[in-house]
Design a protein around this ligand. Structure first.
Ligand code: TRP
Ligand code: ZN
Length: 885
């Protein structure tokens, strides 16, 4: 190791701070490279703090210009300074005032944490530990203070000056400068502080809360892009109304501002009354955004707004509790989307994403509990586990308590903890206490990592007329957790009769009347449920609605899966049956390919027929049908294999696509023609669903395009004729994998059209990086030099490099060229933006799942990264954990 190990922080070491900071006054004099920040902190010792306890304030990359205590400059021996912060050696016994002045360099801040500039606009990102890059402070979420912020800047460069709370004062200053003073009445932790200054356009609207408060809503964007904020504004108003009606939670200030910037490490940030967004999650119109982009905007706008209660009013005691706000807020935004759109389709998409990101994380070297026990860099823990699995944990509580019980628990949680910094245990306790429920075993979901696995066996006893369902649960070891205790798992099931109807179910010894579908409580390693008095079932439906984030192993033949695909009353389970049927077939074919058999032997006609039935079922909503006919992606199949074979998976899936396409060609063509819209474009869920089905049909047809020029021309034709980005992108995505002059022509056309639109160009970069064509890596290499690409811009990095690492086939090229390219980019990016570099690194950590050759190459790249001089803590943590056996 070339450098000392950064220390890990442990959850068990939490203790309250020695000092509270109750009131903060900040003054900013903004200049691109020399910004001055004055801070006046009102401080008092915590009860029980020893009289001579030193006061440590965090600070990074700050130049200290002055420090005063109760108005008196501190002498050399009265404080000490390191590159991690400022320590006041012996503060006074009671209340005191500390004043500091520092110099910072926003224009030179490429990490995008703290105060930085994005296209000339000053903005901040303080979560998790960015505030210490602005001023010296107790930068931890349990220190909550009231802020007054004065911003001074050049009026021409920065006509807009914003911070949290209410505008208290503004006015002119000499030398063409001006100022604004903002006051936030709500105490908040430093990570929720925000400041924006720049020359921005604005879309203004208003919202009247249910108790009659008139709230001014503004969305600030680059001049000229105001017209692209209509959908985001609409989503904001719908979020505000929904939180009132579904959760009884109302907005608490007279204004709410959103600012969209183009350079941002994550999606968006919930700073009190001043949300800052990656512009990807604000800007949209028919020509530039896809239906998926619109849906993403709706959910992220809602997510950040919902944080006002679950995050801002009630925040986290320490960063181990991150899921307290994130899991809960993701659950809330998922429910919002489900209420706004199709509930089943929303659930299917959420589960797809959970499996692709969280199950994968849980199965690898970076697995950690929803409430982690230790970290080196907290920024590395904004993970799918904390967010998405955290949301599943909340959802399971909702399932166990019901909507009424859950809302009762929420009201109690808010009442008990409003204005404080709380823990995950506090939340679970509020839910349990409000409902008189016992969630003690359930809480293991917070502490145990790994995806639980269920082995299921069902048996009908014809003599008794009973059905025996045996469920064995287990959870694989994860780093630091070799042995797992059984979990409390809410498991929804049903049994279907020969007509596909739900059989009413009654458990042995139960007085209740029989009910169609049951929620089983799994609590021990091995349980048998005995249902009595029922006819022979035809099919067993499991984990309905995905009631628990678990892996289900059950032996079901194609006939049973096809029957569930056609009849299950639970739409999620219906979709799932198709996914599992296809997965079985693909895994089987992979084994055959490895045994030297051809990839394109005929697949089970029962599956192909079942897809046909879905296509002909007029009762299905198109968005659901589009999900139901989509084959599981290559990564999903890879995750089911002990040793991944990317080439065989690709060949097997390609053959199945072709066979489905060939069998239903006429149906796909009819469907394609029938679902072409004639009216004006609308991003709403229903027309978006019709486009999804139409483009699913086109995607199947493209599987036949290599031998059929007419189909290739149809795809190219859709690209050219498209009046919206959804159709344009769908066609371009298909062309990206195909041969012929149409492909290059379309990419050139796209570039010519959108060259000046950075956000749209992200799509152009991404589609070239995910192409299955053999020259993809060379293409990606070449695009690094494209004028639109920059390592300083996280959206570009994710579009080009992130997309390439998600290209199962080309990233995992057997010669290791994909891995070497990846590691080179990490090393190049780390000094620029360590947060983004670390997040980009995860794919290399999957080495254990590959053959010896690929394993060796992936590990060698991780080694190479680790031995680089001056590695960031962020990248160090991910690389070293990824390499551990
Ligand atoms: N709290 C933000 C959210 O979930 C996440 C976030 C935004 C973030 N920016 C960040 C996390 C920077 C870490 C670093 O909405
Ligand atoms: Zn969040």
């Amino acid at each position: 190791m070339t450098q000392p190990l950064p220390p890990a922080i442990h959850r068990r070491d939490y203790r309250q701070p020695d000092y509270w900071i109750r009131r903060v006054a900040l003054e900013f004099d903004l200049e691109p490279h020399v910004t001055r920040v004055k801070a006046r902190l009102e401080i008092e010792p915590n009860a029980g703090t020893a009289a001579d306890a030193p006061l440590h304030l965090d600070g990074e990359n700050l130049v200290l210009l002055a420090v005063h205590l109760d108005g008196r400059p501190l002498a050399d021996g009265e404080y000490s300074l390191t590159d991690r912060g400022l320590t006041i050696t012996k503060p006074p016994a009671g209340f005191f005032v500390l004043q500091t002045e520092v110099r910072i360099d926003p224009a030179g801040n490429t990490q995008l944490s703290g105060l930085y500039q994005s296209s000339g606009v000053y903005c901040t990102q303080c979560e998790a530990e960015g505030f210490r890059r602005i001023t010296y402070f107790a930068d931890r979420p349990d220190v909550m203070a009231v802020y007054r912020v004065t911003i001074r800047a050049d009026r021409k460069a920065c006509p807009v000056l914003l911070s949290n709370g209410n505008l208290a004062e503004e006015g002119a200053l000499p030398d063409g400068r001006h100022y604004a003073v903002w006051e936030d009445p709500f105490p908040k932790p430093s990570y929720l502080f925000a400041l924006v200054a720049g020359d921005l356009g604005c879309n203004e609207d208003s919202f009247v809360t249910r108790s009659g408060r008139n709230v001014r809503l503004r969305i600030f964007v680059e001049h000229g892009k105001e017209g692209r904020t209509t959908y985001a504004m609409d989503a904001l108003k719908r979020s505000m109304r929904w939180d009132e009606t579904r959760f009884g939670l109302e907005y608490d200030l007279d204004l709410f501002n959103i600012v969209a910037v183009s350079d941002f490490n994550m999606g968006a940030m919930e700073n009190k009354s001043l949300n800052i967004f990656n512009d990807k999650y604000i800007l949209a119109d028919q020509e530039t955004a896809t239906d998926a982009d619109f849906a993403g905007i709706e959910s992220v706008v809602a997510h950040e707004y919902f944080h006002n209660w679950t995050g801002d009013r009630i925040t986290c005691r320490d960063w181990f509790q991150l899921s307290l706000k994130e899991g809960l807020t993701v659950f809330r935004d998922q429910e919002f989307s489900a209420d706004m759109r199709s509930r089943p389709v929303t659930r299917i998409r959420d589960v797809r994403a959970l499996r692709a990101r969280q199950f994968r994380e849980d199965a690898g070297p970076l697995a950690h509990p929803v409430r982690p026990d230790s970290y080196i860099a907290i920024d590395n823990f904004y993970t799918a586990t904390v967010y998405e699995k955290g949301a599943e944990v909340i959802r399971m509580m909702h399932t166990l308590l019901g909507e009424d019980g859950f809302q009762k628990g929420m009201r109690f949680y808010v009442e008990r903890h409003d204005g404080t910094a709380a823990t995950c245990d506090d939340f679970a306790a509020a839910m349990a206490d409000a409902n008189g429920a016992d969630l003690s075993q359930f809480r293991l979901w917070y502490s145990q990592a790994g995806t639980p696995e269920l082995e299921i066996e069902g048996r009908y006893d014809a003599g008794e007329g009973s059905y025996h369902l045996t469920v064995r649960q287990s959870c694989p070891p994860t780093p630091g957790q070799p042995d797992k205790a059984p979990m409390h798992i809410p498991f929804a099931i049903g049994l279907l009769d020969g007509q596909g109807r739900d059989i009413p179910l009654r458990l042995e010894g139960e007085a209740d009347t029989a009910k169609p579908g049951r929620l089983l409580q799994l609590t021990t390693p091995n349980q048998t449920f005995r249902f009595v008095n029922l006819p022979q079932p035809k099919a067993l439906s499991l984990n309905r609605g995905f009631s628990a984030p678990v892996l289900v192993h059950v032996r079901q033949d194609g006939a049973e899966r096809a029957f569930l695909m056609a009849h299950d009353s639970d739409p999620f389970a219906r979709w799932e049956a198709g996914q599992q049927f296809a997965t079985d077939l693909l895994l089987q074919r992979v084994t055959e390919i490895q045994a030297g058999k051809p990839a394109d032997a005929a697949y089970d006609p029962a599956f192909i027929d079942a897809i046909g039935q879905i296509l002909h079922d007029d009762g299905l909503e198109p968005a659901f049908a589009a999900e139901a006919v989509a084959l599981p992606d290559e990564d999903y199949i890879a995750d089911r294999m002990a040793v991944v074979d990317v080439d065989a998976i690709h060949a097997a899936r390609r053959a199945l696509r072709r066979q489905v396409a060939a069998a239903h060609r006429v149906t796909f063509e009819t469907l394609y023609e029938a679902s072409r819209e004639s009216g004006p474009y609308s991003p709403d869920a229903a027309p978006a669903g019709r486009r999804a089905l139409k483009n699913a049909a086109l995607s199947y047809l493209s599987a036949l395009a290599e031998s059929d020029v007419a189909l290739l021309e149809r795809i190219a034709g859709q690209y050219k004729a498209a009046d919206n980005m959804t159709d344009r992108m769908a066609a371009l995505r298909l062309l990206a994998d195909l041969d012929g002059p149409e492909r290059q022509a379309a990419f050139d056309d796209f570039e010519a059209r959108f060259r000046d639109d950075a956000l749209v160009m992200d799509k152009w970069f991404a589609l070239q990086a995910v192409s299955s064509r053999p020259d993809t890596l060379q293409r990606v290499q070449a695009l690094l030099a494209h004028p639109g690409f920059s390592m300083q811009k996280p959206n570009k990095v994710r579009a080009l490099i992130g997309s390439f690492t998600a290209n199962a086939l080309r990233y995992h090229a057997a010669d290791g060229s994909g891995y070497a390219f990846h590691a080179d980019r990490i090393l190049q990016l780390d000094p620029v933006n360590p947060q983004v570099a670390a997040r980009l690194l995860a794919p290399l950590g999957r080495w254990k799942r590959f053959d010896a050759g690929r394993q060796a190459r992936m590990k060698a790249e991780l080694q190479r990264i680790l031995t680089a001089p001056k590695l960031s803590t962020d990248v160090y943590e991910i690389a070293s954990k990824s390499l551990a056996d």
